[in-house]
Design a protein around this ligand. Structure first.
Ligand code: FAD
Ligand code: FES
Ligand code: FES
Length: 499
């Protein structure tokens, strides 16, 4: 039974098969067809909905998500808002709501001509709605960056983005709007009540709440597929039409949902979402936080987890090369106990990992940047992809180093897209270790890199392109270090291109 609130009203959906997506639940089971299916792969945003969950203060916080790749069972105990839930229909018999009854996200889209064929429009309106809600909650000014983040996961093929952008910028000028379901002042309390009710899952969809229950599930059903955010796994059913008939959902396992700071660094629970990592990264690893803006879209970052990003072992995943450069470790757990291993020992071959059948990733350890030697730790990350937003890397380079008495120390050069697994170029690192960061050292490093790595050859880039691009990233690194040392104006130019 999936027990949740939809646009302010309680919904109880029984007998929902495990592999049902939220989009299917809405359109096929509940007849709510306002939410559209464009790609069914998380790319276009037509299916965007807002998921409201209680924050630490017991207030509802709304985040956008792609309904097409979201397991329907994950909305249990949530307040789901769809495009049908925004306009007030105080005059139920009027054919069309008058514009004063529209939510500012909708009214602004109408007034700024932000919709032509309209297929993308429900998804865009829902992204604008979550943006509006976030601005209202935080009282932060609407910046270009917020706007791009909110809309980066929505494609429109006929209107063009300027009118949509204009609508976004104008939303705040509309009078305060009371959502129909906001009249239900007990909504948050009711949701809290649902949370404490036992969730009755179908036999083949388990949702353990703590690590002991997860271990037990893995013992009983070692072959069941784990799902966290579903942003990768759910494509198996929507794109490859495979059956997901035995699922263990880890997204509510309490121990996988914490970030624990120790003297040496942070243990990040595997089910912490990418969006939730933003505050930690922006304080301690600004380059990693910057990369998050180019990691998929808001919808995906709101659901996708760091654990899922590692476990899927994609050679072009964005998190693993950065974590390799930072010296991350993993804690694997299971019915037979826990063990730790360095991240580089986790990736064995294309999509093959050191994870045993009964194991799961419990947490990821990222060392504190100042741990070890008292030298400034540097980190640069460059992602090369065809589009700036919502695109997978062709090549990603993540470089960490320190400078001690004019020479490079603790050099770690990690790449995605340059082999069947994300990996460090250790021989290339060795050519730089202990040397001054000059042209000669980097020329040797570039030569070594060409010999050390065997890039992939696929639609995102030929092996030759990748080899050249990775080598050029090393040259960019040299220029950066040089500019840093000389406080040179060239840095401005380099930063401008360093997405
Ligand atoms: C449109 C789109 C854009 C994307 N863009 C990017 C991008 O720019 N960069 C990028 O790196 N990725 C991208 N991805 C891939 C994906 O979103 C990320 O890899 C994400 O971090 C996966 O996390 P998840 O929680 O959704 O994983 P899930 O889909 O839940 O799981 C992924 C895999 O990991 C396993 N798994 C999950 N949690 C655990 C655990 N705790 N222990 C063991 N196994 C586990 C699952 O069984 C599954 O095999 C994109 C995906 C889409 C659909
Ligand atoms: S239908 Fe395209 S993102 Fe869901
Ligand atoms: S209005 Fe047609 S796709 Fe956006």
């Amino acid at each position: 039974m999936i027990d949740f609130y939809l646009n302010g009203r309680r919904q109880q959906c029984a007998d929902v098969p495990a592999e049902t997506s939220l989009l299917e639940l809405l359109r096929l089971h509940l007849g709510k067809t306002g939410t559209k299916e464009g790609c069914a792969s998380g790319d276009c945003g037509a299916c965007t909905v807002a998921i409201g969950e209680l924050d630490a203060q017991g207030e509802l916080e709304y985040r956008s998500a792609n309904a097409c790749i979201l397991p329907a069972h994950q909305v249990a105990s949530c307040h789901l808002v769809t495009v049908e839930g925004l306009a007030r229909s105080d005059t139920p018999h009027s054919a069309q709501p008058h514009s004063s009854q529209l939510h500012p996200a909708q009214a602004a889209m109408v007034d700024h001509h932000g919709s032509q064929c309209g297929f993308c429009t429900p998804g865009i309106v829902m992204s604008l709605f979550t943006l509006y809600e976030q601005q209202r909650r935080t009282r932060a000014p609407l910046t270009q960056q917020h706007l791009e983040q909110a809309l980066g996961g929505n494609l429109c093929r006929c209107t063009g983005y300027r009118p949509i952008r204009d609508a976004a910028l104008a939303m705040g000028d509309y009078p305060d709007f009371q959502l129909a379901w906001a009249d239900n002042t007990e909504l948050a309390d009711n949701l809290a009540g649902l949370r404490s009710d036992a969730y009755v899952a179908p036999q083949n969809y388990a949702m353990p709440q703590d690590i002991a229950a997860l271990r037990e599930m893995k013992r009983l059903r070692p072959r069941a597929k784990l799902v966290a955010g579903g942003t990768d796994l759910w494509l198996e059913t929507t794109q490859r039409l495979e059956t997901l008939d035995d699922i263990i959902d880890v997204h509510q396992v309490a121990e996988l949902r914490t970030i624990d700071e120790t003297a040496g660094g942070w243990w990040i629970g595997a089910a912490i979402t990418l969006a939730e990592l933003s505050p930690l990264f922006s304080e301690h690893f600004p380059a990693f936080e910057h990369l998050l803006h180019r990691f998929a879209s808001s919808q995906i970052r709101n659901r996708g987890t760091l654990g899922g990003n590692i476990a899927n072992a994609s050679p072009i995943g964005d998190g693993p090369p950065v974590l390799l450069a930072l010296g991350a470790r993993l804690r694997l757990d299971g019915p037979e106990g826990a063990r730790e291993l360095p991240l580089e020992d986790f990736f064995l071959d294309y999509r093959k990992t050191a994870l045993a059948e009964h194991e799961f990733i419990a947490a990821i350890f990222i060392p504190h940047p100042s741990a070890g030697r008292n030298l400034k730790h540097n980190l640069k990350i460059w992602k090369l992809s065809k589009r700036r937003e919502d695109d997978i890397s062709a090549v990603l380079g993540a470089f960490a180093w320190r400078i001690e008495e004019g020479v490079l120390r603790d050099v770690r050069l990690a790449f995605g897209g340059m082999a069947a697994i994300p990996l460090r170029a250790t021989a290339t690192e060795a050519t730089l270790e202990g040397r001054a960061p000059d042209s000669a050292a980097f020329a040797a490093a570039r030569q070594q890199l060409g010999e050390e790595l065997t890039p992939m050859n696929d639609v995102r880039g030929s092996a030759e392109y990748r080899r050249t691009a990775a080598s050029n990233l090393l040259e960019r690194l040299r220029l950066m270090i040089e500019a840093d040392n000389n406080h040179s104006a060239i840095k401005v130019t380099l930063d401008a291109y360093a997405h």
